[in-house]
Design a protein. Sequence first.
Length: 249
Amino acid sequence: MTDSKLVDVNAVIESQKLGTYQIGLAALLLVCMFVDGFEAQAPGFAAPFIIRDLSIPRAAMGLVFGAGNFGLMLGAVLLGILGDRMGRKRTIVVGCIVLSVFSILTIYARDIDTLRLLRIGSGIGVGGVLPSVIALGTEFSPRRTQATTIWLLLIGYQAGASSGALVSTLLIPSYGWQVMFLIGAVLPIAAAILVLAAFCKGSTPPLPSIVTHALSCTRKRKAASVFPIFSPTVEPRARCCCGRCMSAI
């Protein structure tokens, strides 16, 4: 094989100019981060009303918040591996669905133990979406704008987290604390639908197909190098595992 048949993925991405695809992708990822941030902080804004309605000790809510953070850690690990194996977009959709399911179940929680378990599940969804969104954003960004991309995505996360204060002030007095988790269930489903619509079959990014293929192969090699038990047949190497492309990512 001659060098002329090899494609340097970094060089192709670096040469890309900012266009409608990149702007649309950034807007979509910002929506996902906003949803993630809202759901992550929703229990904090609903906590005073949960304590009153369920007649639970105030100190017990600390374990509920801790359960959410524990689930976030699990989601980042488990769905992070899934993202390396099956792609970031699919993982974002899976994370949004997990988040939505456990949020809607939280509405029906009537004791502290159930609430803790459900927050672990919601945390898995939050932790799964967060790294996949950041990874997808940086993969389609030239190196010169990657720091700015991460900065913008984190702003979206913080915007979602802080929006819970406004939502809780306006809606909880009229509809109860459950409205926070109802919104937290609807928003992830809407985000998942947007991701599916944006990346459905026939939606082609402005990159050569061989580059898209190389990105997929790179994820597999990274997963194999970190977690070889999950992909024993794929070995990390400088040249693409299929021999058709080259990646220096």
